[in-house]
Design a protein around this ligand. Structure first.
Ligand code: PLP
Length: 362
């Protein structure tokens, strides 16, 4: 039978809904910006599709509110951001200039952060005169030019007028880690007197104090509501519709493996989202809660690919939907329940949600 009518959108209740508050993202950048001095620029890291929230929409909202500099992980990610924000803002690429990147870097006016002498050579050979920055390794041993190599090439590289000298902190979330001051000292030794714009701090680095701010900070997670700090707002809300409610007798088991059993008569709601939607399997086994307003309902049994089961015996009514990300449970709290970090929760959320962008900033 031919399909004669395909509804464009189902009712709000029928589909799991991810709301993304762009005004909150904008406010978070402003709050992070207020922590550093007036001469310090607060850029925006929008890699991994803005931590899963939609790089084109997020970058546009941030640009409207005054952000002038964006960071992506690899050149391909810069395309969507450039198309969204137009020609004026700067877009830096953390992976630098990889083999085959020259055309994209040129066409979309992306600035590679060169992280090895090989990349410096590639840039000079394939994109002479095109803007670049330098990523220095100050102790993380992940990306960046090592100090000994930098000594060899610094003079000639500085002659080519890099747009930025940057490095990344490995342990910024541990305020008193000696690695922070060691990396700071290394960064200073490698860049003092260069006269080039410098950047060291991501979200957690901003809280380490003004000596870590240099000319530009590069927050990511702090923009997206994954950092618990004064003045930062939650950004995402995730509501899951209830498909079915089961009435259980004592001893009835729920889900794969029957790992949870009712100890008394119970009502268990089956929600429409699972590990394929980024609700990680580690949220099962009694580790997580969902919310009916302020009332918590424990996730019971194993998380399935598309489904989550929740004990709602204590609710006076049968809810039509429950929330797993909401004011009472931000991404940091959900991350703790899953035994992971907010970054992994956000970037796992997946493509099946009805995504709704809120706020005047879009
Ligand atoms: C991801 C990343 C950032 C942003 O980090 P947050 O902790 O999300 O603020 C900044 N700089 C580099 C090099 C990164 O890889």
């Amino acid at each position: 039978m031919p399909l004669t009518h395909v509804p464009a959108k189902r009712s709000a209740m029928a589909q799991a809904t991810l709301s993304i508050d762009l005004d909150a993202v904008v406010a978070n950048r402003q709050a992070l910006d207020a922590v550093s001095g007036a001469h310090v620029e607060t850029a925006a890291v929008v890699k991994a599709d803005a931590y899963g929230l939609g790089a084109a929409k997020v970058a546009k909202a941030l640009q409207k509110s005054g952000a002038r500099t964006f960071f992506v992980a690899v050149a391909e990610e810069g395309i969507a951001v450039r198309k969204s924000i137009g020609p004026t803002a700067r877009i830096f690429v953390f992976a630098g200039h990889m083999k085959g990147d020259a055309d994209i870097l040129k066409q979309f006016d992306l600035i590679p952060l060169l992280n090895s002498t090989d990349q410096i050579l590639r840039q000079r050979q394939t994109l002479p005169g095109h803007g670049f920055g330098i990523q220095l390794d100050t102790g993380m041993n992940r990306l960046g030019i090592k100090e000994a190599d930098w000594r060899q090439v610094a003079a000639s590289v500085l002659d080519d007028a890099p747009a930025l000298l940057m490095s990344h902190l490995a342990s910024a979330e541990i305020k008193d880690s000696p690695a922070n001051s060691a990396q700071l000292a290394n960064f200073r030794r490698m860049t003092d007197g260069s006269g080039v714009m410098r950047s060291l701090a991501a979200s957690d680095g901003i809280a380490l104090g003004p000596e870590f701010h240099f000319d530009m900070t590069r927050p990511g997670i702090g923009l997206y509501g994954g950092l618990q700090a004064d003045g930062l707002r939650p950004v995402v809300r995730l509501s899951l519709p209830v498909i079915q409610v089961h009435r259980l007798k004592p001893g009835d088991a729920v889900g794969y493996g029957g790992v949870w059993q009712a100890s008394a008569p119970a009502r268990v709601a089956t929600l429409s989202a699972g590990y394929a939607d980024g609700l990680l399997r580690s949220l099962g086994g009694g580790n997580a809660q969902v919310y009916d307003g302020d009332v918590t309902c424990p996730v019971v049994g194993r998380v399935s690919m598309d489904l989550l089961t929740v004990d709602v015996s204590h609710l006076p009514h049968s809810p039509e939907m429950l929330e797993i990300l909401c004011p009472a449970q931000g991404v940091d709290k959900l991350a703790r329940a899953a035994g992971t970090i907010p970054y992994e929760i956000l970037t796992s959320l997946g493509g099946r949600y009805d995504r709704r962008y809120l706020g005047a900033s879009q």
